[in-house]
Ligand binder design. Sequence first.
Ligand SMILES: Cc1cc2nc3c(=O)[nH]c(=O)nc-3n(C[C@H](O)[C@H](O)[C@H](O)COP(=O)(O)OP(=O)(O)OC[C@H]3O[C@@H](n4cnc5c(N)ncnc54)[C@H](O)[C@@H]3O)c2cc1C
Length: 460
Amino acid sequence: MSTIVELLIKTFGQDSVLTREEAALRVASNWRHKGNLDCLALLRPKTTQEVSEMLKTCNDLDLPVVPHGGLTNVVGGAITKPNEIALSLERMNEIEEINAQNKTVTVQAGVVLQTLQRSLAENGLLFPLDLGAKGSCMIGGNIASNAGGLQALRYGVTRNLVLGLEVVLADGTILSSMNKMMKNNAGYDLKQLFIGSEGTLGIITRAILKIEDLPKTRNTALIALGSFEKTNQLLQNAKTDLKNDLTSFELLWKDYYSLMTSPPSPYSPPLPQTYPFYVLMETLGQDATKDKILFEEFLERSLGAGLIADATIAQSQQELDWFWKIRENVELIFSIHDPVFLFDVSLAISDMDEYIKKIRSELESAWPDLLFYAFGHMGDGNLHLYICCGGNDDYTRHRVEEIVYKPLQQVGGSITGEHGIGLEKKLWLHLSRSGGEIQLMKAIKKTLDPKGILNPGKVF
Ligand SMILES: Cc1cc2nc3c(=O)[nH]c(=O)nc-3n(C[C@H](O)[C@H](O)[C@H](O)COP(=O)(O)OP(=O)(O)OC[C@H]3O[C@@H](n4cnc5c(N)ncnc54)[C@H](O)[C@@H]3O)c2cc1C
């Protein structure tokens, strides 16, 4: 055992420090198989004070530290090198206070998203961040990656849901910004710096989150459409007619829908596979009779106007799960195709159709046997692309990334709508942020973490 690990064990106790060998029994990532964890040691603090003392020690010893939440990050943001310390928030997993009157919840960073959702639901309340990885991802990881998810159209991204934050800086300083108010314009809103900073500026230890009343109604339809223009018109009409109840508007291109509803997928197609576009649309509301009528009338009007070609409304929990599985079962792609490159681009909704046509055509010119699946959160301008062109060598990956990313710069889009930069997108950051922005980011990093110990090599 190295003398550093011996020192860490002596200082923080055997229970709070896993050695390299012990840590190697864990996986490096909960997103696909990335092998086992390879790090100098894994720290498992139980309190903010302990996080502070651990960071102070690591900073004094120039030890790089990689914060770990639920390890569901898909861009290599939590990957460690053999000489780095992993610091997991897993033991800071308490829901400290649910305040139903003020609609806030105070949590520690290691609370698993689904655990929080369930506890709140028991109290008739909702934390509206929702994503496929909810069973593993943790609130600290959600905040550090400013997660988006399936209901951002209505509730915004994580940034919009955080009122207050407690963060430990690289030198061990505890920065408490545990604000509970909606409005607080007393100087800079420092918590925003840490939201989406991917573990490079500080370790998030606690947070105060905004919560809502738990919806009493859920209306969900799978809709087939004949063109992108009609799909966009449907979205605009839904925003006007269904107002704030419109919660999800997920678009599936034909290839993706067909893949997800054909063997070996366990799910049959609720609608024929012949249409170019499918939308999974959902409203959440409070009035069982009124919401259902409003939803059905909207679909009937849209059908009558020739906007939608076909639609089916989920009539049971089983059907609801079936529709959502078709949207969410992305693991299926990896079980059939390998290697697959994954993207989460963001752009104006009006630019989406042209963009997808352009990059699909360029990719097909280079790789005629290309497999190209597009789907995602159309309602908030964020699409996922799964691309398989056979190779996985550096040249192929670079060329695919170039084709996908470069046109985004021309239309003012972003190379990442929700997954972040991590290790995988560093090379392309300049396409979505100006030179001035990147310079200022680096200056902020230098100020908060002068020795560069926090998640080194990520983002820049
Ligand atoms: C099936 C699946 C579906 C997904 N769907 C979505 C989606 O719809 N929307 C979306 O936005 N993302 C999605 N993701 C990506 C991922 O789930 C999110 O980014 C999630 O927020 C990461 O949380 P985590 O706890 O797993 O963080 P981790 O993976 O552990 O870490 C993420 C990053 O944050 C840092 N970090 C972790 N905890 C802390 C902390 N306490 N303080 C400081 N830094 C920290 C890490 O160093 C790393 O850089 C999905 C992933 C999977 C596997």
